[in-house]
Design a protein around this ligand. Structure first.
Ligand SMILES: [Ca+2]
Ligand SMILES: [Ca+2]
Length: 85
């Protein structure tokens, strides 16, 4: 399954913490993360973080070890720490 548009970066991970990989893409120009989460049977959600510059790349990981991939739950600060500079 694939979604998003040209230029979107796939950033798959388990954002809702249910053990299944969620479908997530980030649109660098707007900083919006488009998320389809398994916990809600691929319910749609979007989270707006900081826009990504040309040198930025999202690296999804569980940074705070709570079992959920960060960049989720509307925590824009979590999105921010995903950016590599
Ligand atoms: Ca999940
Ligand atoms: Ca986490």
């Amino acid at each position: 399954m694939q979604w998003g548009t040209t230029g979107d970066i796939p950033v798959q991970g388990d954002y809702d913490g249910d053990g299944k990989t969620d479908l997530v893409v980030v649109r660098p120009s707007s900083g919006v993360w488009y998320m389809l989460e398994t916990e809600t049977n691929y319910g749609y959600r979007s989270v707006t973080g900081p826009a990504l510059g040309s040198a930025d790349w999202p690296v999804p990981a569980d940074y705070n070890k709570d079992g959920r991939t960060d960049g989720s739950r509307g925590q824009s600060c979590d999105v921010a720490i995903l950016l590599i500079r």
